[in-house]
Design a protein around this ligand. Structure first.
Ligand code: SF4
Ligand code: SF4
Length: 350
């Protein structure tokens, strides 16, 4: 059974007492892995342009100071996105991160899969879906990865936290594409107003239109889901099938590949919890009240504990309500089968 440490706190509370993050890392024993001269990557998501719910950079200032006092070499670690937006190449991505206030953390930003997302290492895993995974090259030279994840709902996996941040967030673009390729959305003609926004957002020009309708060319579509997120009419939907749920398993295999390569620890920020993820280019209200910070060495346990706490607090199945068609525990079950961690955990309140 894995230990998950839990500090109950609100978003506002953490802004007033950001030292709680460092204290939690010390109590959980994770701070002992911050070793002198080592490259310590903080896996983060800077939030898409227009998004407001990403992890607040003010939370990270005491952690940055602490890592420097420990004489490590801390840096903010992120990868480019598969889809169009402000995070598709390292230059736009870093400018966005500065615009979102991450310069104040006083840590360098490393876009770990290079200028255009094609700098990767190949990691052999020999699992059901993948023999080889394509991970961001900078992982190879990072000594320790602290995975800082914002708990949110998610349109593909039901929710996203540590395993999503590991599996999708540490993959180079080729790896992200391999995980998405089961998904094929379709356009609902009755809702579509032919605005063309989806066509502009598609990275592979897979959406076409004639005078009466717009449609997705299946052979070209790479399943990145970008068109779904930009459509103002919710006119683009996924064809739900068993195969679709495979994305959760693929994600878990990629997460497994990362942990084979590097020692990781996890912090879940269960604050300002939105129905969709921080890739959304819009401000969204929280749909679950703030819970707090969780700390663990086990990505399966910390994600399960985060969901359990959300459900206990709201007294309902919050993820099922938000994304009713997704088997959201699928990727946790499979991650457990892969040996990534355990869904049984001991919660230690700090
Ligand atoms: S049509 Fe396919 S490739 Fe294009 S944005 Fe939509 S999901 Fe992505
Ligand atoms: S974004 Fe939505 S409404 Fe606009 S053309 Fe595409 S499917 Fe139609």
């Amino acid at each position: 059974m894995s230990k998950v440490f839990f500090k109950k706190i609100t978003h506002e509370g953490l802004l007033k007492q950001p030292d709680c993050l460092v204290k939690g890392l010390e109590i959980a024993g994770i701070a002992e892995d911050f070793k002198k001269d080592k490259f310590v990557g903080l896996k983060i998501h800077f939030g898409e342009k227009g998004n407001k719910s990403y992890i607040n950079p003010n939370f990270l200032i005491p952690l940055s100071n602490f890592l420097r006092r420990k004489q490590t070499r801390p840096f903010l670690f992120e990868t480019n996105t598969l889809y169009h937006g402000e995070r598709m190449n390292a230059v736009d991505h870093m400018n966005l991160a500065y615009g979102h206030g991450f310069a104040k953390t006083n840590m360098p930003i490393i876009i770990a899969d290079g200028l255009k997302g094609d700098d990767y290492i190949e990691v052999e895993i020999d699992k059901k879906h993948f023999k080889t995974c394509f991970l961001a090259r900078a992982l190879k030279d990072t000594d320790f990865l602290l995975v800082l994840s914002h708990l949110t709902g998610h349109m593909l996996t039901g929710f996203g936290a540590a395993i999503k941040n590991l599996g999708m967030g540490c993959a180079a673009r080729r790896g992200k594409l391999a995980q998405h390729c089961e998904m094929r959305p379709v356009v609902n003609d009755k809702r579509c107003i032919l605005c063309g926004l989806c066509m502009k957002s598609c990275p592979v020009s897979a959406i076409e239109k004639d005078s009466t309708k717009c449609f997705i060319v299946k052979d070209k579509c790479i399943g990145c889901a970008q068109c779904i997120s930009v459509c103002p009419r919710d006119a683009i939907n996924v064809i739900w099938s068993e195969e679709y749920n495979l994305i959760g398993e693929k994600l878990a295999e990629y997460a497994c590949a990362v942990t084979r390569n590097i020692k990781c620890a996890y912090v879940n920020f269960c604050l300002y919890i939105t129905k969709e993820c921080d890739c959304m280019n819009k401000e969204e209200a929280g749909f679950v009240k703030d819970i707090g910070l969780l700390f663990s060495y086990d990505p399966v346990a910390i994600d399960k504990a985060s969901i359990d706490l959300a459900q206990k607090q709201e007294n309902r199945d919050v993820i099922r309500d938000a994304h009713p068609k997704i088997d959201y525990l699928n990727h946790l079950h499979y991650a457990q089968v892969l040996g990534l961690g355990s869904m049984d955990y001991e919660l230690v309140e700090i």
